[in-house]
Design a protein around this ligand. Structure first.
Ligand code: RM4
Ligand code: MN
Length: 388
């Protein structure tokens, strides 16, 4: 059993990145239920994200989505984040909400539209330069709906060309994270549908191109921890977009639908020594809170990731290896389940107290009055949401 101090130290170093879009209004294609106090600007999103960090102590960065988080002065925006105790994290590109992208963005058959999409991706790298962000996250909605609609291989070539241009533009210390998703909004082919496609493109580009695993982007029953293990082994796991799904890309709170899966994923991460920031795996949330209050839902999600990490750190690695090598199937499984079934909440509460935080971050946030303050102070203006 790992010593308790070592577990706590590892947990104190582990960081979770928040998505700016979790703080804006969101919904389904049926209805967006607005909430009181929702940020109207990227600045207010950063202030809300800072609350999550203030109460958890482990969420010091907020990812931005461009153009949703376009501002006039990115250096000023980064300074605002810093003055709130956080920093600007991953820059997420958005080449899926413009009429021009009906047939795709960087894979579009029209070279003019491909150039426009590429220009946006390069602009995202400019924003990284201005904000000090180290990661560019690429997710493409590109694909086709009907057999014969476009040439599958030609689209891969166009994708490779755009990725190479962006990769060449990255500054030292900057990375490109390529996300995959099996379907939606395209239903016949998706141009980056799986980790294999993403990995092939990353390998063709170079070591600073890495794969992102969004936990919601797999077919039901997919063994995600196997993919994680493979990518870690190849040195190509750039990060996670954590969320939960019951059906498809549900974007529910991480660790809500299947906390055991999150534990199994974190077990692979811990085994590979990839929990600490120095390992280069970004632990990001990619979530929306459609019916639940947003800031406490982000706090809860961070706690869920932390609990999974704590349990993974508690796995008795020596006993596990011994049981595995002895062919002791039940013994090995029991070692893993012992860790999973440990109540790590007291340990995390203790750690927070040691860090000068309240032991229960959700309760501390609710008692802080921040929710009431934003509900009464943000009555004017349009709340942020997708497309804002
Ligand atoms: C996509 C993907 C991206 C996210 C967008 C909003 O499905 O998960 O990571 O930026 O949604
Ligand atoms: Mn994602």
């Amino acid at each position: 059993m790992r010593e308790e101090r070592a577990v706590k130290n590892a947990l104190a170093r582990h960081q979770v990145e928040l998505p700016s879009w979790a703080f804006g209004n969101s919904g389904t294609r049926f209805k967006v239920f607005g909430q009181p106090g929702v940020p109207r600007t990227p600045y207010e999103k950063a202030s809300d994200a800072a609350q999550v960090h203030a109460h958890t102590g482990v969420a010091p960065s907020m990812a931005v989505h461009i153009p949703w988080d376009k501002v006039d002065d990115y250096a000023d925006f980064a300074a605002h984040a810093t003055s709130n105790g956080i920093r600007v994290g991953t820059v997420n590109s958005n080449v899926f909400q413009d009429d021009d992208y009906k047939l795709g963005s960087v894979c579009n058959p029209d070279p003019k539209i491909r150039r426009k999409a590429l220009a946006h991706l390069l602009e995202c790298v400019d924003i990284m330069d201005a904000t000090g962000s180290g990661d560019l996250k690429l997710w493409f909605a590109d694909g086709t709906n009907y057999p014969g609609q476009d040439d599958i291989c030609a689209r891969q070539d166009r994708l490779a060309e755009a990725l190479a241009a962006v990769y060449a533009r990255l500054g030292p210390g900057q990375r490109m994270l390529l996300e995959y998703k099996l379907f939606e909004p395209s239903f016949y082919t998706t141009d980056v549908p799986d980790w294999g496609t993403s990995l092939l493109h990353c390998q063709a580009l170079g070591p600073r191109a890495q794969v992102v695993v969004d936990t919601g982007h797999h077919a039901p029953g997919t063994n995600i921890e196997f993919i994680v293990a493979q990518l870690l082994r190849a040195g190509r796991l750039g990060g996670f977009d954590f969320n939960s799904r019951f059906y498809a890309d549900d974007d529910l709170m991480a660790g809500a639908a299947d906390p055991f899966q999150l534990f199994r994923i974190m077990h692979e991460v811990v085994k590979a020594g990839a929990l600490a920031p120095a390992a280069g795996v970004a632990f990001m949330l990619d979530q929306c809170h459609n019916i639940e209050p947003k800031i406490p839902a982000q706090i809860r999600s961070v706690m869920n990731v932390q609990e999974a990490a704590a349990k993974a750190l508690l796995v008795d690695a020596g006993a596990l290896t011994a049981a595995q090598q002895a062919g002791d199937v039940l013994g090995a499984n029991a070692v893993l389940m012992d860790a999973y079934n440990t109540d790590v909440r007291p340990l995390l509460a203790e750690l927070r107290t040691e860090m000068g935080l309240a032991p229960d971050p959700v309760a501390a946030y609710l008692a802080s009055g921040y929710g009431e303050k934003i509900a009464s102070g943000r009555k004017e203006g349009a709340p942020a949401g997708w497309g804002a």
